[in-house]
Design a protein around this ligand. Structure first.
Ligand SMILES: Cc1cc2nc3c(=O)[nH]c(=O)nc-3n(C[C@H](O)[C@H](O)[C@H](O)COP(=O)(O)O)c2cc1C
Length: 230
């Protein structure tokens, strides 16, 4: 089959698009308003961009009333900070609950029954029960035009300035134990998946430079020129 996105002429009972770019990791974003009201919401239009420094992005459509941005976007832009909390299988019900449309004055941590943990470099708190957090400072919003007023997308990009990893999800040889973390990811419809299996593929060592090999394997060796001079 073939269909055009502007016409949505796929003829299916359900729009297939959200089941195509999958699985989508979930950025569980905490922010705080100028008035000190904490906000928490999941975004599956979420990913990492670059590593040194790392940036992350989450994309939010306009609020369903079409008249304003979602609270997460508003707060990140107004205060310049947000935190990404790892959305895990264990916390799946709270992730879902934190997505409900609630007035801006409602603290979704309280609503979803979650404890807060303070951040180190930014003001928005972290989800205490989540094993990994990224503290971020706002970098830029890219606005993508929509086919309708409530489908304009605000792609919020933040620079990751601090990373928390709970000790018990690190293996003895210094890797994140992903099966222990069990991140959840979005499929289409009401479906999700979680990481519960891993396979490894070794590269042909001769085909890569030392630097690229280290990058692919995630090795922590090597310093930036600025660090080397210190
Ligand atoms: C798993 C999951 C993923 C979601 N992903 C997105 C997304 O990528 N973009 C978006 O605009 N809304 C997404 N939503 C809906 C938002 O979480 C929801 O609109 C939320 O109320 C926004 O909160 P805020 O206004 O407090 O920022 C998602 C909901 C769930 C449950």
């Amino acid at each position: 089959m073939f269909y055009e996105t502007e016409k949505n002429n796929h003829g299916l009972k359900y729009n297939p698009y959200k089941s195509i770019v999958i699985p989508r990791p979930i950025g569980w974003i905490s922010t705080i308003s100028h008035d000190g009201i904490v906000n928490l919401a999941p975004f599956s239009q979420f990913n990492n961009l670059g590593y040194d420094p790392p940036y992350v992005m989450f994309s939010a459509s306009t609020h369903p009333d079409g008249a304003r941005n979602k609270d997460s976007v508003h707060n990140a832009q107004m205060t310049g900070e947000f935190v990404v909390n790892m959305a895990t299988y264990e916390l799946r019900e709270a992730v879902s609950k934190s997505s409900y449309y609630l007035p801006p004055e409602v603290d979704e941590f309280d609503y979803a029954g979650l404890e807060k943990a303070p951040s180190v470099l930014v003001k928005p708190p972290r989800v205490a029960a989540s094993p990994i957090h990224l503290e971020c400072v706002f970098h830029q919003t890219v606005v993508l035009p929509g086919y309708s007023i409530n489908n304009i997308c605000n792609v919020v990009i933040g620079r990751v300035v601090g990373v928390h990893i709970r000790d018990d999800v690190l293996t003895a040889d210094g890797r994140i134990d992903v099966l222990k973390v069990r991140p959840i990811a979005r499929l289409g419809y009401h479906d999700y998946t979680s990481v519960d299996s891993i396979f490894t593929m070794k590269i042909d060592e001769t085909a890569f430079s030392e630097q690229l090999k280290a990058g692919l394997g995630g090795e922590a060796k090597g310093k930036r020129p600025r660090q080397a001079a210190e």
